[in-house]
Design a protein. Structure first.
Length: 347
């Protein structure tokens, strides 16, 4: 039986890798869209804009805005500036604590509130290492439970170091927010790397000072033929290392009636489908990043093997795409109870 092996990746300290840096070391963000979390209940889009209009013309948006026209219902919203330079200026004004960017806002009644600011560059959702990667899609895996801040480049480096053979990485994106959902698809160009990755079962990612176990599963392809008889459409996939094949009903029964194989459980097609818009022109466009454009220092990634850690770390974003934020300021933000973090709103 294969042991579960986890490879650790330390994301702390490599944030420059996500978005790039300017000559003075300041992070640069190419997207003009930014996420605000922990907004006060009942705050309106006008109040949000009043706090950030000094950075430039902008508009406020959130999922299903047609049903909640003026007030974000879930404690978070997005602000879309006309220029990405505004995002860089805003981030420069933020405080950084507990691995988060935070800034203060005021509501119309003068109430102060510290909120979280989360930038994301859509270019970080995809990494193409081989232009002909689609022909290797049979050798694809699904990884779930990833930190939502991990980039395609970081994930590619982690898996490449662990098993090699990475041809493509695509981060799953929420269709409403266009922010990561904490899952990804990885395509390999060699069978051995694909098998090794599935045998790992999970990887441990060190992010924001915490360890998180991300689960690895085979990525099921649609409309596959049975790989035993090559005649009928496959209805099931066997994820056991001895098999890793698609089967029709008849071949599954014939194959798995043998001693030692009767305990294998079929994975039904559709159960673990990757739902990101990986066929969308927006994903497969000039926004894609090549491996040559990434200056990855090998020492950045820690090759630390842990045997079956069975970690179950969860954070505030695990319940949904972003979760519903508590109306209370996190204890970690109490250092900003003075006016220093709110000074930028003063005219």
């Amino acid at each position: 039986m294969c042991r579960r092996v986890a490879i650790s990746l330390r994301l702390d300290g490599v944030r420059h890798f996500m978005f790039g840096t300017s000559g003075n070391g300041i992070q640069q963000f190419a997207e003009a869209r930014i996420f605000f979390g922990g907004l006060p209940v009942g705050i309106t889009s006008e109040e949000i804009l009043a706090n950030f209009e000094r950075f430039g013309p902008a508009r406020v948006d959130w999922p299903h805005k047609a049903f909640h026209e003026n007030v974000p219902p879930s404690g978070y919203a997005f602000i879309i500036f006309e220029s990405s330079a505004a995002v860089n200026q805003l981030i420069d004004m933020c405080a950084y604590i507990d691995y988060k960017h935070v800034i203060g806002i005021r509501t119309i009644d003068g109430t102060k509130r510290v909120i979280e600011v989360k930038p994301w560059d859509i270019k970080n959702t995809e990494l193409v290492l081989m232009n002909d990667w689609p022909k290797y899609e049979r050798l694809s895996i699904f990884i779930g439970g990833l930190p939502r801040t991990i980039t395609a480049g970081e994930l590619a480096s982690l898996i490449q170091e662990a098993v090699g053979g990475v041809a493509y990485v695509g981060i799953e994106i929420d269709e409403h927010t266009e922010y990561p959902k904490g899952a990804a698809k990885i395509v390999f160009n060699i069978q051995e790397a694909y098998v090794r990755a599935i045998a790992m079962r999970e990887i441990t990612v060190l992010s924001n000072g915490n360890e998180r176990a991300a689960e690895i599963k085979p990525f099921l392809q649609p409309k596959m033929k049975c790989e035993s008889c090559n005649c009928y459409g496959a209805t099931s996939f066997c994820s056991q290392i001895r098999c890793l094949k698609y089967f029709c009903d008849a071949c599954w029964k014939a194959k798995h009636s043998a001693p030692g194989l009767t305990a294998h459980k079929p994975m039904q097609k559709g159960r673990y489908y990757f739902t990101a818009k990986n066929k969308d022109d927006k994903q497969h466009s000039s926004n894609s990043t090549s491996l040559k454009s990434l200056s990855i220092a090998p020492s950045t990634f820690i090759n630390k093997h842990l045997i079956d850690p069975r970690l179950r770390y969860r954070n505030s974003y695990d319940s949904s795409a972003f979760g519903t934020f508590s109306p209370e300021i996190s204890p970690a933000f109490t250092a900003f109870s003075n006016d220093s973090v709110f000074d930028f709103t003063k005219q």
